[in-house]
Design a protein around this ligand. Sequence first.
Ligand code: NAP
Length: 346
Amino acid sequence: MTASTASPLPSVNRQFVLRARPVGMPKESDFQLVEARIPALTQGQLLLATLFLSVDPYMRGRMTGIRTYADPVDIGQVMVGGTVGKVIQTTHPQFQVGDVVAGYWGWQEFAVSDGKGLQKLDPHVAPPSTALGVLGMPGMTAYFGFLDICQPKPAESAVVSGAAGAVGSLVGQIAKIKGCRAVGIAGSDDKIRWLTGELGFDAAFNYKASGNYAQTLKEFCPRGIDCYFDNVGGPLTDAVLPLLNLRARMSICGQISQYNAAQPEPGVRPYIHLLTKQARAEGFIVSQFADRFHQGVRQMAEWLKEGKLKYRETVIEGFENMPRALIGVLGGDNTGKMLVAVRQAL
Ligand code: NAP
């Protein structure tokens, strides 16, 4: 076996494993930084050096120990997550040293892979980090979750919660591209300025400064709501229900306001609103659209090139800051896509 190699090669891999199942908001002590030896490659393998780690709210769900649509992370297991990295050693015929790839090797600085599930990236087409954001899972969530489920029509009103995050910031812009009136809900005045300024939302409000969600929504949506893209659930979504127009569509993407709740919060009963408005609420998991991702990525890349779509990244430097970054995304520290950049001395 001959291995193609970039030198010097590392021998130690730093990883974050789950130490404890969180109660409420995760704490840094729920994670443990461990060191593992990097094994020698066998034929058909490659060694990856992580460049970017994706930081996503769903990771909170994987820490609970409960199986939902995916398996939970076990205590002592490396935390799961999307990644972008560089090939630094290879015995795999289809990968060369220097190739940049996206994959799902979790919270670790290095990974040995057999190449399965890796997607080669062309850094000339788009910055590699976009494979974890606008051209990756969050981008596909916005594209299919909004277009397939809300089926927006020109002049309709589209409301998105979690509007300044990775998914929500794209949903509002897609709503504009489709001719809708886009209204965003987010958690700071700076985020609201970004939405209504650079991103071109028609209106947006800071829910943390609103004393009465129902009243504020009424002011911001004087002609009711045709499409609602729900990233947060809880009292904001409760306040949307009475404003639904006839045959409105709700795309249930996330419920982040509930992810740290020890007990389900009591809420309004939604069905009377769906009944009287002949409305539809539909949940989805982005992987259900996997066989059409190539179409979604092609369209999003085209909109980016045409300047119709903009994106922002909040990048935290340093692998050791990954737990802090996850706690940060759950608490609203990010504008756009939250990432951790891993400095590799290679
Ligand atoms: P994100 O929006 O970039 O980050 C999460 C944001 O949620 C925070 O920045 C924070 O912004 C907001 N937030 C936190 N607690 C909140 C609360 N109590 N009420 C209202 N907003 C709150 O994350 P993302 O990756 O784009 O994901 C957005 C949602 O989509 C999440 O719920 C996620 O689980 C879901 N998701 C679902 C799928 C799927 O397949 N269904 C795929 C990807 C993501 P503020 O400053 O505005 O509070």
